[in-house]
Design a binder for this molecule. Structure first.
Ligand code: PLP
Length: 443
């Protein structure tokens, strides 16, 4: 236990919790205590724990072919089938799929493919990427540079300047609106800021704008209605690609198959997928690009002799088999419809917390949501650091529920898509009790 360097952890206050097993929407610690997993692990265990079909699929695939790589065109049927299925599902035109192992490496792949593509079409100077404040796109050197959260940069000497990451506003009305600014005025102002940034840098130097349709790690920010329509108009005007990072929002999470549909993004040029792609039973990610982008890279790779990018585990057969089965279960069991229905109920119940003295804002869509805890409910004044959020998260854990404090003092909820109404009620009851305990701590 003492030899582990824990990821995304305060090294000075590492309170370990040994999770031993899981079943359905619950996990159990080494003392047998039960917890409702209200964050689906890290926004990923959509089909919950101990799903026998997925376990058998992995086991069968391991027996049949435990490993085979995809370099030089070597392939296997589960990989081919998964790519075909995904390509037919996503809103990206003639989608082509590159497999990886995590959301972070999939975003790295995208950065490299953007460069490869624009070099191929004779626009090598078009490599910069616009990302938003408070976005989360992963933690490798390149993806952390896209991420717009301080802890992912501080002491790491990031962002990495040579990447050319440009930063624009987070579309969070509650936190970022000016006094007396309407939602419509807020949208106009931040979309105008985006346009000014493009003009300042030069559209011919900017490849893409990466967005999480609805954010996760930065506190579940749902942009005001109409934001993406205006953003898309600007991007079209300046010939900049829209890149949807759907690592959290894909596969039914927000009430539709993809988050793009929920927020009105039409035809993104690129999409990043991971997490619920395999219900987290095996690590796998997908970097999805438009077919014409791939076509442009074909000649380029022939000149070099190879498209010089690929991971040992790109298209790992066990991951592909599990992902394929996960997609089959989503369709066969109508999981996205179920999630939309339960998600509407979850939002209704979460919104009851707006009356709690500690809660400044409740936000979310479908089966992802957050409540922001504030020092002053009237003014919306934030707590100076994450102490209160962490206390609330710990209180939830003591009360038998796992959720996550994000972006300082927001509590995030993202249960497995398979939960039922009574498990949502359980989540709300445990949160209510924990919030009251947090209030006692604060006053
Ligand atoms: N992109 C988004 C939107 C994410 O939420 C995450 C992880 O939470 C990532 C990328 C990085 O994924 P991973 O942790 O698998 O590297």
């Amino acid at each position: 236990m003492n030899s582990i360097i824990y990821p995304t952890t305060n090294f000075k206050h590492t309170a370990t919790l040994i999770i031993e097993r899981g079943d359905g929407a619950y996990v159990y610690d080494s003392n047998g205590k039960q917890y409702l997993e209200a964050l689906a692990g890290l926004w990923c265990t959509s089909l919950g724990y101990n799903n026998h079909e997925l376990i058998e699929t992995a086991s069968e695939q391991m027996s049949k072919l435990s490993f085979s790589h995809m370099f030089g065109g070597k392939t296997h049927q589960v990989g081919i089938d998964l790519a075909e299925k995904l390509s037919a599902m996503v809103p990206v035109e003639n989608a082509k799929i590159f497999f990886g192992n995590s959301g972070s490496d999939a975003n790295d792949t995208h950065i490299k493919m953007l460069r490869y593509y624009f070099n191929a079409i004779g626009k090598p100077q078009k490599y910069k990427i616009i990302a938003r404040e408070r976005s989360y796109h992963g933690v490798t050197v390149a993806s952390a540079s896209l991420t717009g959260l301080k802890p992912n940069h501080t002491h790491f000497n990031l962002p990495f300047d040579a990447l050319g990451v440009l930063r624009t506003d987070a579309p969070h009305y509650y936190r970022n609106a000016l006094p007396n600014e309407s939602e419509a005025q807020f949208i106009d102002r931040i979309v105008n800021n985006l346009e000014q940034l493009i003009l300042l840098e030069g559209a011919d130097t900017i490849a893409a704008f990466i967005v999480e349709p609805i954010t996760g790690a930065s506190g579940v920010i749902v942009p005001p209605e109409g934001y993406y329509q205006k953003v898309q108009a600007v991007l079209q005007k300046y010939d900049i690609l829209l890149w949807a990072d759907e690592v959290i929002t894909a596969f039914g999470r927000t009430g539709n198959d993809f988050g793009c549909k929920t927020v009105g993004i039409e035809k993104p040029a690129m999409m990043t997928l991971a997490k619920q792609l395999s219900s987290a039973y095996m690590p796998i990610s997908a970097s999805v690009i438009r077919g014409d982008m791939y076509d442009a890279m074909v000649e380029q790779s022939a000149q070099v002799g190879v498209f010089g990018h690929g991971y040992t585990y790109s298209g790992h057969p066990v991951s592909c088999a599990v992902a394929l089965k996960t997609l089959e279960i989503y369709q066969r069991e109508n999981i996205f419809d179920h999630a939309a229905k339960i998600g509407a109920y979850m939002q209704k119940r979460l919104h009851e917390f707006i009356h709690h003295p500690l809660v400044g804002e409740v936000r979310g869509k479908g089966m992802i949501g957050a409540i922001e805890l504030v020092a002053n409910k009237k003014t919306g004044q934030a707590f100076p650091d994450g102490t209160v959020g962490n206390f609330a998260m710990q209180a939830c854990q003591n009360n038998g529920m796992i959720c996550r404090a994000v972006a300082g003092s927001s509590l995030a909820f993202c249960p497995p898509l398979i939960v039922n109404k009574s498990q949502i009620d359980e989540m709300i009851e445990k949160t209510a009790k924990s919030l009251d305990q947090t209030l006692d701590f604060v006053v």
